[in-house]
Design a protein around this ligand. Structure first.
Ligand code: HEM
Length: 82
């Protein structure tokens, strides 16, 4: 597969608002989800709760994300790895 740059969790945490782009992690993958925020079916305020950090704690509560079509969307926004 393609080689992605690596980032630290601290670097990901800097991307917590739209001004700096919004990044999240899932497993050891890093995603820039800025261009998806306005399209999120669960709304902008909810998706921004995960900004700069891990999706897992939120997706544990909102289990509708554990579907292939959701992971497919996420994959399209991958920018790096931890
Ligand atoms: C629904 C994607 C983050 C809360 C959805 C759906 C998608 C999606 C595709 C529709 C699922 C379906 O009905 O089949 C994403 C992606 C995320 C993300 C790609 C991160 C990059 C979050 C976070 C939260 C959240 C962090 C909560 C803090 C919700 C809720 C719904 C939803 C409540 C249900 C909306 C409804 O059906 O009324 N999300 N989501 N999402 N999401 Fe997210």
């Amino acid at each position: 597969g393609p080689l992605f740059p690596t980032f630290t969790r601290q670097e990901v945490a800097c991307h917590h608002s739209e001004a700096n782009r919004v990044w999240v992690t899932y497993g050891s993958d890093v995603f820039d989800i800025t261009d998806f925020i306005e399209q999120h079916p669960g709304g902008k305020s909810k998706i921004l709760l995960a900004a700069g950090g891990a999706l897992e704690p939120f997706w544990a509560l909102y289990a509708m994300h554990n579907q292939e079509h959701v992971l497919e969307i996420l994959r399209g926004f991958k920018v790096g790895e931890l």
